[in-house]
Design a protein around this ligand. Structure first.
Ligand SMILES: Nc1ncnc2c1ncn2[C@@H]1O[C@H](COP(=O)(O)OP(=O)(O)OP(=O)(O)O)[C@@H](O)[C@H]1O
Length: 374
């Protein structure tokens, strides 16, 4: 591997991971993982979530051979990692942990340059690469590069951890509760930045979290685990929220999963074209990159039953409150609702639109509401 590709985003691609019937029994007899199979596609961000002690970190640590499985095998890019040199393997796999694990007596720049240095890149190359990565994670190399870890905030240290992991230009990034040490506001910002970063670098990422909102926000797919690493469901966030595979999953994702689903359902799926008769000047507007959650927030703030959806500031259609509360395609409304008061369903029952209001806004050309699920 080259330590200094043309740009941080250019990368060396991403590799798929296949976990085949993997188990881990620790020497004291604890069965951390019984028999787990799953695959993560190249460039996909898979989230492992589940109650404390269910084996999430053990699974993650088996992926870079910090923990050796007791059974089964793990393929990276089709090759059994048991046949790889663990040190060489770990240099291809970035690992970001909760308290980051920066070297306290090294500057930020030196920390970020760790792996390129180990690979023998020259000093100028290492510095350029480190600075590029610091910029990429939103830190100013001139201001922060020569500081020591204790001279940064928790959120800044977390960014350095991500930059250091990316400096190796890994084919896989493993992240164990990467944002949990920072306060909720910083966490939200880091998650947003991280999503932008991932859109640029497209690594295969396996991320462990306790936080269902984080899982829903970041994951392409979410693996919900139970004790002993038992896989309860492995599906995109919208599916886990709208069609939990069991009561256990429904309970785990929470009573407010209906609201969470809105945050991962694209607005444009429920879009109704403009009929030309709407009084769009009086409606709140939301950009078409937004979600149903954004639309609902705008409706509530603007006390409206509809929002105008815009692209580059230009109106392209409307979304109605009833479309937001329509059940996703093919899903019975109250599946597993017995364990939770699904907020969206409750809102549906108690807050149905007046069809005449909708007609007034939609105009005569508008069809029935499109199902909003992606
Ligand atoms: N080195 C070890 N020796 C013995 N048991 C261990 C060891 N590491 C973890 N365990 C046990 O294995 C099980 C799974 O632990 P693991 O850390 O993988 O869970 P987790 O889901 O990541 O938990 P948390 O969310 O609390 O971090 C737990 O019962 C834990 O006590």
């Amino acid at each position: 591997m080259d330590a200094t590709p043309d740009s941080p985003g250019a990368g060396h691609g991403a590799a798929p991971i296949t976990v085949e019937h993997v188990g881990k029994v620790y020497p004291d007899g604890t069965v951390a993982v019984g028999d787990l199979s799953l695959e993560v596609r190249a460039g996909e961000l898979a989230v492992l979530i589940g109650p404390s002690g269910c084996g999430k970190s053990t699974v993650l640590r088996m992926l870079n051979r910090l923990v050796e499985p007791s059974k089964g095998r793990i393929l990276l890019d089709g090759q059994d990692i048991a046949e790889r040199d663990p040190v060489e393997l770990r240099r291809r796999i970035g690992y970001v942990i909760q308290d980051v694990g920066l070297f306290p007596h090294q500057t930020i720049r030196t920390n970020v340059g760790t792996v390129p240095r180990l690979r023998g890149a020259d000093r100028k190359q290492i510095r350029a690469r480190a600075d590029e990565l610091l910029e990429m994670v939103g830190l100013d190399p001139a201001r922060h590069g020569d500081r020591y870890p204790h001279e940064l905030s928790g959120g800044q240290r977390q960014r350095v951890g991500v930059a250091r992991a990316l400096a190796a230009d890994p084919v896989v990034l493993l992240m164990d509760e990467p944002f949990s040490a920072v306060d909720p506001i910083v966490r939200g910002r880091l998650q947003e930045e991280f999503l932008r970063l991932q859109a640029a670098v497209r690594k295969t990422i396996v991320l462990v979290t306790h936080d269902i909102d984080e899982a829903v926000r970041l994951g392409d797919r979410i693996a919900v685990l139970a004790e002993g690493g038992r896989l309860l469901q492995y599906a995109p966030p919208a599916e886990v929220l709208s069609a939990p595979a069991s009561e256990a999953v429904a309970r785990f994702v929470g009573a407010d999963r209906g609201i969470r689903r809105l945050a991962v359902t694209r607005l444009r799926d429920a879009l109704r074209p403009l009929a030309g008769t709407e009084d769009i000047e009086r409606l709140p507007s939301v950009a078409d990159s937004g979600t149903m959650y954004d639309a609902l927030a705008a409706m509530l703030t603007g006390d409206a039953l509809n929002v105008v959806v815009t692209t580059d500031g230009q109106p392209i259609g409307t979304v109605s409150r009833s479309a937001i509360f329509a059940p996703p395609d093919g899903q019975p409304r109250d599946r597993h609702a017995g364990v939770s008061a699904d907020a969206a369903a409750a809102a549906q029952r108690g807050d149905a639109d007046d069809p005449s209001d909708e007609q007034a806004v939609r105009g005569p050309l508008a069809g029935g509401p499109k199902r909003p699920e992606q």
